[in-house]
Design a protein around this ligand. Structure first.
Ligand code: EPU
Length: 431
């Protein structure tokens, strides 16, 4: 975080019930698809070009992690070109890795390539406990030894990783991605059973397959990967970052709340089927085209229940934004967060803004609407709840100030410019 960002906040003038947002918003490349794909550069002894990489803080930290490893990161007219030929060891920079949970995806390719990886317990959003047991246990099943020394994990596999059958007890997105990359350089065949089926996993798998990795079962819960026994991939390759489905869903929610007519372009509608289904059920008017969606706010929204679920279910990353929407819907809505146990901490602030929300367990909420929200001074607790606060401030009566916006910049590219472009009065202010 730069000095400046530490002292920046957003000031938002709420629309107070008006449905006036309109125009076009283009979706950026997906954060959670770009991050593992950038880590996959470690599997190559050739430059890899990445297009449509979002300009967000987590991506900048990932470039820094790569540079700390002695990789070169070059911005060109075609995209970002990463070459990891000069990387000589698997020691992840602790300062960056501790602050970004997604850094854990580097452990798979680094361990597979250097037979050793050193990293701290990865940090990230404050959305509950985020264990790494699936990673560690799977590496052990692939022949590695895990040691905790001082504040870091040291994982070694002096003879290289060996293919194994990995039955994941819970579906984990980054564990699936990490193990897929580890398996690509292991000896023999790895089967990942109960693999996560999130689109980001499939985008990574298709990219690896295009680069020469033998991988089947893409899009299913069973991935089979045959490794090269340490031989790096040498074909120069390009990764086209797909559009961000969470940003798409967030603008759909904002549009359903307060847009006269909002065109969301450069998106993949098939990846947001579950949010679209819930929003239509709540009354939003949504038209789907090939790579764009048009959303209009209805006269009145109706309460619906939402249960977060692994893909293709309703994404946990849209849980906070949809709670804001449901605070404006008639009747009662029930929310059940099934993925993370600590992801409802932001509701106190919504209650202070006037939402009628009752926490009925650490995973469940009851919402009664509609209640007009009032502007407030807020602190963004994490990427997704931070965006939910922007949405809440947009529909509130009066002015809101949102602090700690580095956490929002971690995941959304030029968010205030996009919102200004569709008619919201939002400013980034430096103190
Ligand atoms: N889990 C374990 N052990 C592990 C790993 C995960 O028990 O070793 C559990 C988690 O505690 C959780 C469940 O598995 O209950 C699923 O979590 P998952 O591992 O799938 O989450 P993740 O891979 O850490 C990714 C996204 C998150 C998104 C989740 C769920 C990235 C970089 N992050 O996290 O995105 O919420 O999948 O879809 O892809 C965000 O972008 O703001 C964000 C938090």
């Amino acid at each position: 975080m730069s000095e400046n960002q530490q002292h920046e906040h957003f000031v938002i003038e709420g629309l107070a019930g008006k449905r006036t947002l309109s125009g076009t918003v283009a979706i950026a490349g997906s954060k959670n698809a770009a991050l593992p794909a950038l880590a996959a550069s470690v599997l190559f002894d050739a430059p890899v070009t990445y297009t449509h990489v979002p300009h967000i803080e987590d991506v900048k930290r990932t470039y820094e992690l790569l540079e700390q490893l002695d990789a070169t990161v070059k911005q060109t007219d075609d995209g970002v070109v990463i070459t990891t030929s000069a990387v000589g060891n698997g020691r992840l920079d602790a300062g960056i890795a501790e602050r970004m949970r997604a850094s854990v995806v580097f452990t798979g390719p680094l361990l597979a390539r250097f037979r050793e990886v050193t990293f701290p317990h990865p940090g990230g959003c404050v959305i509950g406990e985020r264990p790494i047991d699936l990673f560690l246990e799977s590496f052990v099943r692939m022949g590695a030894t895990v040691e905790e020394r001082d504040d870091v994990y040291v994982i070694t596999a002096p003879k290289g990783l060996t293919g194994a059958t990995l039955v994941l007890p819970v579906q984990s997105v980054t564990a699936t991605e990490t193990l897929m990359m580890a398996a690509a350089l292991a000896s023999g065949t790895t089967i990942i059973s109960n693999a996560a089926m999130e689109p980001e996993v499939s985008h990574l798998a298709r990219f690896l397959k295009g680069a020469g990795v033998s991988i089947s079962g893409i899009g299913t819960p069973t991935l089979t990967i045959t490794g090269t026994d340490g031989v790096l991939f040498t074909k120069p390759h390009t990764y086209e970052t797909p559009p961000d489905r969470i940003e798409t869903g967030s603008f759909l929610i904002l549009g359903a709340l307060c847009a006269d007519k909002l065109h969301i372009t450069n998106c993949l509608p098939e990846e947001v089927r579950a949010p679209i289904e819930r929003l239509r059920r709540a009354g939003a008017v949504i038209e789907i085209e090939d790579t764009s969606i048009v959303v209009q706010s209805p006269e009145a929204l109706q309460g619906v229940s939402v249960k977060t679920h692994e893909y293709p279910g309703f994404p946990t990353d849209l849980q906070a934004p949809i709670v804001v929407l449901l605070s404006q819907a008639e009747g009662e809505s029930h929310i059940f967060e099934t993925i993370f146990e600590g992801r409802l901490h932001y509701v106190d602030d919504l209650i202070q803004m006037g939402a009628e929300v009752r926490l009925i367990s650490d995973r469940e909420l009851l919402i009664h609407g509609p209640q007009q929200l009032s502007g407030r001074i807020l602190k963004s607790p994490d990427i997704r709840a931070g965006l939910a606060f922007i949405i809440a401030a947009s529909i509130a009566e009066g002015t809101s100030q949102i602090y700690d916006i580095y956490s929002i910049d971690r995941g959304y590219e030029h968010i205030e410019k996009k919102l200004q472009g569709i008619g919201l009065d939002i400013r980034r202010v430096s103190e």
